[in-house]
Design a protein around this ligand. Structure first.
Ligand SMILES: [Zn+2]
Length: 197
């Protein structure tokens, strides 16, 4: 197992239908050793499950913590935004209590997927640029305009902290297309939850 940071077993991914994905996650207080250790588990899980981002509720903790790894994604239009310039070289990066302070008026529609909705994809319209505020693991506070995949991924992951998944943001037609798969996944998740308590 190459490049594992944490030493504990990876928690299972929570899937659509699990109530934790609908909960509003609690803010992180002090950046303790425990928080740093959990962030390491999140990074390992994101890599292991092959995502470009992961929010803590997706592996069972209702905490305002996300990890993002969009550095290798197709870059947006040059020049890179200040957020991409700062964060891309540091990825995968942990964002603590991330917030969107404002969003630009221009939107883009891009196909999204989610580790918690395996096999389901759909076009989601979101602002192309945001001003992101967060703390990093070393305690540094950032407040930066972000664009490209970073802006999109941050919006998707911050949604998770507010109990929102991307399928909530599909058009009516887009939702209708994935609804049977969502219903089936929800049923499976509920069945698994009952079985494992
Ligand atoms: Zn997701």
């Amino acid at each position: 197992m190459p490049n594992r940071i944490s030493t504990v077993a990876l928690p299972p991914l929570r899937t659509y239908g699990d109530p934790i994905l609908r909960r509003k996650a609690a803010p992180v207080g002090q950046i303790t050793r425990e928080v740093a250790d959990f962030a390491a588990v999140m990074m390992d899980a994101m890599i292991e499950y092959d995502g470009v981002g992961l929010a803590a509720p997706q592996i069972g903790r209702s905490l305002r913590l996300v990890v993002i790894n969009t550095a290798l994604a197709k870059p947006g239009p040059a020049p890179l935004s200040p957020g991409e310039m700062l964060l891309n070289p540091r990825m995968p990066v942990v964002l603590i209590n991330p917030e969107i302070l404002s969003a630009g008026a221009e939107t883009a529609t891009v196909e999204e997927g989610c580790l918690s909705l395996p096999g389901i994809h759909g076009d989601v319209t979101r602002p192309q640029t945001i001003v992101l505020r967060a703390r990093l693991l070393d305690g540094e506070s950032i407040e930066l305009p972000c664009a490209g995949m970073l802006a999109r991924c941050a919006q998707h992951e911050i949604d998770h902290l507010d109990g929102i998944v991307f399928s909530d943001r599909l058009s009516d037609a887009g939702f209708a297309e994935v609804e049977p798969a969502l219903k089936a996944l929800e049923k499976q998740t509920r069945r698994d939850l009952k079985r494992h308590g």
